[in-house]
Write a protein that binds this ligand. Structure first.
Ligand SMILES: *[C@@H]1O[C@H](CO)[C@@H](O)[C@H](O)[C@H]1NC(C)=O
Ligand SMILES: *[C@@H]1O[C@H](CO)[C@@H](O)[C@H](O)[C@H]1NC(C)=O
Ligand SMILES: *[C@@H]1O[C@H](CO)[C@@H](O)[C@H](O)[C@H]1NC(C)=O
Length: 366
């Protein structure tokens, strides 16, 4: 009797788990329909013989990963973004190109924004600089993330200081900043700020538009210096509080490790997936806040508006390791720009972003 009951229980457990399994598996037909829809949405055209079928296999594998991830209780979701038809290896080879900064440890860091006794000693609970930034740009298959990160941070400080948004040229950095940076093959924001200071400024996007590939430096346009900066600073390394102080004042360029498939397929929420500290991608921290009990950095990417949260993503903040999530606090830099006499008026951003009454003391000051 007992053994029959046991078998019955075992049998129903097996059928139950099979049923569960079945419900989470998608039929080939369903996946094919999703693929066709995705191809249209992302305007994909394959020219290679059999490429559409090959890409379908990869799409299917990625979808399986997405379904499994989203069925679990994570603080971020993954989805069928435009990287859904490439493997993780292809993604890394094509989109991750930040150079490794071997000199990181020796950089003199700045305390420009550090809390000083007598200040009102508090920072805003949350900061969002997206209003000082232009539309998200798309680097395409050129590995110039470093140039996009630099340009966005400069566009932002220029807007904050002068009140005027000027769309600046990424292509000029790709073509002309060749002393230490490598165009579509990678570079570092610090070097790019250095180039801007030495050159005396940067041309506009309209005058020197982005091509999505490297080209010869246009000397005339290089000499058209529309927006300048005075210098640049390194944030104290491996200190998320120091990064917070800087971000409360302006957007900051950072390197992160973006190697994983869950970052490739990131869709929304606070990212805290597996990653290390090999800083292979440059982005810009444009704010911070908290969501569902998790502190996050708000970060701007250069992969178009279809990736992530309309081109932005959130990454967990205040993690145990001082390097920060994916190394976000390891190599942070920002451009500096002094106000001219004619520009003493507040841009409005300072009023809302910096002079608001602060509601909460950051944990490190409490
Ligand atoms: C999901 O995760 C959140 C935050 O980590 C937790 O508060 C919640 O209880 C979890 N829910 C389930 C169903 O595990
Ligand atoms: C800046 O230029 C880029 C590339 O031409 C364009 O896509 C974007 O809309 C412009 N941004 C703004 C805020 O004008
Ligand atoms: C980290 O930065 C904060 C804010 O500037 C500072 O108070 C603190 O001393 C720094 N921590 C270390 C270990 O230097």
């Amino acid at each position: 009797m007992a053994s029959i009951l046991d078998s019955l229980i075992l049998f129903s457990l097996i059928t139950l788990s099979l049923a569960l399994d079945m419900s989470s598996e998608r039929s080939n037909k369903e996946v094919m329909t999703m693929y066709e829809k995705w191809l249209v949405e992302h305007q994909k055209v394959y020219n290679g013989l059999g490429e559409k079928d090959q890409r379908f296999q990869i799409f299917k594998d990625n979808l399986k990963f997405i379904d499994e991830h989203n069925a679990q209780n994570h603080s971020y979701r993954v989805g069928l973004n435009e990287f859904a038809d490439i493997t993780n290896k292809e993604y890394r080879d094509m989109y991750l190109s930040r150079r490794i900064n071997n000199n990181m440890k020796n950089k003199i860091t700045s305390e420009r924004y550090a809390y000083k006794a007598g200040d009102n000693n508090r920072l805003p609970v949350s900061v969002d600089w997206r209003g000082a930034l232009g539309t998200i740009k798309n680097q395409g298959s050129c590995g110039a993330c470093w140039a996009f990160s630099t340009v966005a941070a400069v566009e932002a400080i220029n807007k904050i200081v002068t009140g005027r948004f000027v769309n600046l040229s990424v292509q000029e950095l790709v073509d002309c900043d060749r002393k230490k940076n490598l165009g579509c093959n990678g570079g570092l924001e610090g070097n790019a700020y250095e180039f801007m200071v030495e050159n005396g400024g940067l041309d506009t996007e309209t005058d020197y538009p982005y091509l999505g590939r490297g080209s010869t430096c246009n000397q005339v346009k290089k000499n058209t210096k529309v927006v300048s900066i005075n210098g640049y600073k390194y944030v104290q390394r491996n200190n998320e509080s120091a990064l917070m102080e800087a971000v409360a004042n302006q957007p900051v360029s950072v390197g992160i490790e973006a190697y994983g498939i869950d970052f490739q397929l990131y869709e929304s929420g606070v990212f805290n997936g597996r990653c290390g500290t090999w800083l292979d991608h440059s982005v810009v921290v444009v704010g911070y806040g908290s969501e569902n009990g998790l502190d996050y950095w708000l970060v701007r990417n250069s992969w178009g508006t279809k990736w992530g949260e309309a081109g932005y993503f959130k990454m967990e903040r205040n993690v145990k390791d001082p390097v920060g999530m994916c190394g976000i606090a390891m190599d942070a830099t920002y451009p500096t720009k002094l106000r001219k006499n004619s520009e003493v008026t507040n841009s409005g951003y300072e009023k809302t972003q910096m002079l608001v009454p602060v509601l909460e003391t950051p944990s490190y000051l409490a």
